[in-house]
Design a protein around this ligand. Structure first.
Ligand code: HEC
Length: 395
């Protein structure tokens, strides 16, 4: 019963995380597009009122006319919409999911004894520390003299992200490392909203109310952090869906895959941003796709092997020893209410039709059993490999 209720909690949190995340990222993508698509105001009186750009759009059965002011409008409207709770709720629901899935079940999802035999407390401690350290290092860099050189800062940040990916892959399971990398980025992004972007906007409003010029430092910092958030978006979204793709987090070079997809996502975003501004050279897009293709080629399963026939009885034994405690109609593994992902491996027919998936999860990557919790040996993986390559026969 408890496991069942936890499943519901997880479902509702994940659903909420997705909804608020879409609201946040959606608004953020929209405003970047809007800002880059503005045209000089047509009417002289708008220009005199301080309008620096405008845009007409049609959407959902109506015409919209957005105007951006160079500084502040002559009088502040009574109601001003702020966009911040989408970001805060994305972090809150995301952190709750991290705790519920990766910390409560650290033995299953976070710890992989083949990587490092951590206790649950150690794993959770390292996980939380990585988030705090990530945020602290990022803030420190942005506020240091390096923070005034955007290109150098971007280079150093990418290097440090690579170090983080590598470091996490040395202590956690593949998926545990990935999720913490994403959580570090997400924490930095929300931190940027909470500590820099929103206070900067408050300063704009206050300056207007006091009838003085706003402090330009806020605008500069706000701009820099928004740009970072823009380029972090695609990598973070990849991490959110990465747990479905064992070939990425389960590969031997999982941290390099993560770095490569970060670079690829950022490059593709660079291209979109340039395009909004009126024209983009093809190279960022081409480079982003080239990186993706290179990763796909490097991760491609090696064909070959002797494919010597393997009797099903051997496979059955491996399934019973290492899989069915979770992958049965009624799992016996503690805390598991339903077979995960609906994958049931209790009869030869079911095992046979899922041979390719089993191969993916146990041979091409070592995603299953999670954290190698049952101690599956390399010989057993090799046996499954030969069986699948030999045509996955049921005799
Ligand atoms: C301790 C419980 C446990 C054991 C033991 C286990 N699995 Fe899993 N398995 C899971 C969980 C949890 C998931 C869902 C992972 C996720 O949410 O992405 C899963 C998912 C899968 C999937 C679906 C992957 C996908 O992304 O669609 C396959 C296939 C699979 N396991 C095969 C196996 C095989 C083969 C074995 C035995 C060698 C095995 N599992 C052992 C818990 C387990």
């Amino acid at each position: 019963m408890e496991a069942y209720l936890l499943d519901w909690l997880s479902l509702l949190l994940r659903w909420a995380h997705l909804v608020v995340g879409i609201a946040w990222i959606g608004a953020s993508l929209y405003f970047i597009w809007l800002d880059n698509s503005l045209e000089p105001p047509v009417r002289a009186e708008d220009r005199e009122r301080g309008v620096s750009g405008e845009l007409w759009a049609v959407h959902g059965g109506g015409f919209y006319h957005a105007q951006k002011y160079r500084l502040a409008p002559p009088t502040l409207p009574e109601r001003l919409h702020w966009f911040k709770w989408e970001a805060y709720w994305t972090w809150i629901t995301g952190f709750a999911l991290l705790v519920l899935i990766y910390y409560v079940n650290a033995e299953t999802y976070l710890v992989d004894p083949a990587v490092m035999a951590l206790s649950k407390a150690q794993a959770v401690g390292i996980g939380l520390a990585s988030l705090i350290a990530g945020l602290a290092v990022y803030e420190g860099l942005c506020r240091s003299p390096l923070g005034r050189n955007d290109a150098a800062l971007a280079g150093v940040l990418l290097l440090l992200l690579a170090v983080a990916a590598w470091g996490l892959s040395l202590v956690f399971s593949g998926r545990g490392a990935y999720i913490h990398y994403g959580a570090i980025l997400g924490t930095i992004m929300v931190g940027n909203v909470a500590h820099i972007i929103i206070p900067g906007q408050r300063e704009l409003v206050r300056a207007k109310q006091d009838g003085r010029e706003p402090d330009p430092r806020h605008a500069v910092a706000g701009k820099q952090r928004s740009v970072h958030n823009t380029y972090f978006t695609l990598p973070v979204l990849f991490v959110m869906i990465s747990s479905h793709y064992a070939m990425t987090f389960g590969s031997r070079w999982n941290w390099l895959v993560l770095v490569a997809l970060t670079v690829s996502g950022a490059l593709i975003r660079v291209w979109f941003v340039m395009r909004h501004k009126g024209g983009a050279p093809a190279w960022p897009l081409a480079a982003g796709i080239a990186v993706l293709l290179a990763v796909a080629a490097l991760l491609a399963p090696r064909t070959g092997g002797d494919g010597a026939p393997v009797k099903y009885a051997g496979v059955q034994r491996v399934m019973e020893l290492h899989c069915v405690s979770c992958h049965a109609a009624k799992p016996t593994f503690q805390g598991m209410a339903e077979p995960p992902k609906g994958v049931v491996l209790d009869t030869p027919e079911r095992v046979r039709v899922q041979a390719a998936m089993i191969h993916q999860q146990t041979v091409l990557s070592k995603a299953m059993p999670p954290g190698n919790i049952t101690g599956m040996t390399d010989e057993e993986r090799a046996l499954l490999d030969r069986w699948v390559r030999g045509g996955a026969k049921a005799d």
